[in-house]
Design a protein around this ligand. Sequence first.
Ligand SMILES: [Ca+2]
Length: 490
Amino acid sequence: MKTMLLTGVLALAALQHPIAAGPNDALATSSPKPNILLIIADDLNDWITPMGGHPQARTPHLDRLAARGVTFLNAHCPAPICNPSRTAMFSGQRPTTTGVYHNQQPWMKHIPPKHCLNDYLRQFGFTSLAAGKIYHYRNYKPEEWDEVFYPRDDTLPNSVANRTPGPFGYRMFTSGKPEAPFQEQRAEELLVDAQSVTWCVEQLNRQTNPFFMACGLHRPHTPWDVPKKYFDLHPLESIQLPAVLTNDLADVPPPGLRFAGRTVHANIIQAGLWKDRVRAYLAAVSFADAQVGRLLDALEASPHRDNTIIVFVGDNGWHLGEKEHWAKSALWREATCVPLIWVAPGLTKGGTRCEQAVDLMSVFPTLCELAGVPVPKHAEGVSIRPLLADPKAAWPQPALVTHLPGNHAICTADWRYIRYADGSEELYDERKDPNEWTNLAAKPELADVKKKLARYLPAKEAAPVESVEPPQKKKKKKKGNALAQNQPAA
Ligand SMILES: [Ca+2]
């Protein structure tokens, strides 16, 4: 109980006062400062072996990473879609503060210089390096990095419409028909993630200063056009499908139904492609894992091995049919739960797991604390250093996820409470109902649980900043229905 109280007090203090490094923190007080390697995967859910989200996931390199540090089993994105999630994590400010809620809102002129982690750390002597997709594609400020490598992006979704997709190039948004094969398979080293990792490996061998290196992997984002050998790891006939309950959505209020991509799900079922898509996602995850492996090999062979903090994160989760939904852009577990693995030399114990609910707002203050630099006042998250030191420590702070203005999920180890902009609610018992099939929000005996969780809803919400619509979508605007609008953007 004492530990719980003390942790609670520390967490509260962290909320109210930006904190500097603790006096016993070897990483924070030693000189020179540690390096930081942040690896961010795109649309990666918990289907990795250290998290056990799918029994057939094969990610041996993430296992290697997990064996060196703490794996968070209940970590959540600040927003279940790319741009607001990444903007929040890097700026330290939630969508409700910045007004950046979705993908069509460039954040750059709304967040001042030196606010984002990469630019903030430079003031303390870090060299900031980026490869691949760090922010949302080209939504970043080049002047806030020392060096940026952006690979040729002809496999990125915005251009994939010009290609012929096929058995190794699955696009998820099926029209109901199986797709024709790719005309060619490209060499693995030419794929964007392989290019990004190659650049990072070269940098690891060049850098001497303390560095903050961000490596953005684009897979397992669609298109799932990874080499055949990764599909071969997952034979189609043995693929296990996620559990889905008939009429699961009968107890979901209208805003939740609008977020659900039931048309996509129905199309995939009708076309007989569900196993196909699950397999392709698993293959893309295994490909991303292989790229992580290349990076870890290089780090381990470099002089930076023992003085580099490693953080592996995903930007948002991903449904593959659970709750009749595909992709992200929802407030259920599959859309919000992301990988979060920390290796902090001298602090984390290898192979440990943490079940406490945390969110990615913690990344900014935790890195500051471990790197021995002050946590800036604008960083809204709470440092999870206590959980890195002891994954079983008490943790009173829930995770908060925001999807478009007014819609939020509060996640703890026990509950998920969803409140939509119209006031409608969902409540799930995460211990008894991990699939979130039974909405308990109407149970009078749980009113107190809802009330306690609702205290963590944002008190104020910034108005959305202006949007820029992608050119290819302008024509469809008037025809679009709610379902179409809720389908994930690229
Ligand atoms: Ca249900």
